[in-house]
Design a protein around this ligand. Structure first.
Ligand SMILES: [Zn+2]
Length: 188
């Protein structure tokens, strides 16, 4: 089984009623889940440390997020939050702490995981955690475009696979794809 962590595939705001799930994010997540990836969101929430919101606010937002995703048929395997201020912990991205924590708790193999983020710090966190395939998506970009790149890379391992592209998906929403030489894409 492969493990995915699409951090920031879903945007957060300061109150649950302002939360919105990005268009097509749920479909992208469903496609990753169908490939056998566990779905983990990792998110920096420094607003808790700075007093912009409370931990209870954050809990309500996450509950709303999970409810919105559930309505779209998506269940997150984990949602990891760093509520700390800059330099105060080992988990605020670009530190790898949240990835390591989720992997440990869920028994995920980071070497067979995929990271999708919308900030270079996300990719750095993935690199430092040993996630060998990392996709940088434009903020507010279509998650399906990132998922299409992941699918193409996985399918390219199949014999006789031709070139793949994202079809009607917004391919230029993908700003960068980093693949470590050691990445095999192989399933267990
Ligand atoms: Zn932290």
């Amino acid at each position: 089984m492969l493990n995915a962590r699409p951090p920031d595939a879903v945007r957060y705001v300061l109150a649950p009623d302002a939360l919105r799930v990005l268009p097509h994010a749920a479909e992208g997540l469903r496609r990753l889940a169908a490939r056998g990836f566990a779905l983990v969101v990792i998110t920096n929430q420094r607003g808790v440390a700075t007093g912009r919101m409370t931990a209870a606010d954050l809990d309500r937002i996450h509950a709303a997020l999970e409810a919105a995703l559930a309505r779209a048929g998506v269940r997150l395997d984990a949602l990891e939050v760093c509520p700390h201020d800059d330099g105060a912990c080992g988990c605020r991205k670009p530190a790898p702490g949240m990835l390591l924590r989720a992997a440990d708790r869920l028994g995920l193999d980071l070497a067979r995981s995929v990271l999708v983020g919308d900030d270079p710090r996300d990719l750095e966190a993935g690199r430092r955690a040993g996630v060998p395939l990392r996709v940088l998506l434009r903020s507010d970009g279509d998650l399906r475009a990132a998922v299409a790149r992941v699918e193409a890379l996985l399918d390219a391992r199949a014999p006789g696979a031709g070139p793949t592209c994202g079809g009607g998906e917004a391919a230029d929403d993908v700003l960068a794809v980093e693949v470590d030489p050691a990445w095999s894409g192989a399933r267990a």
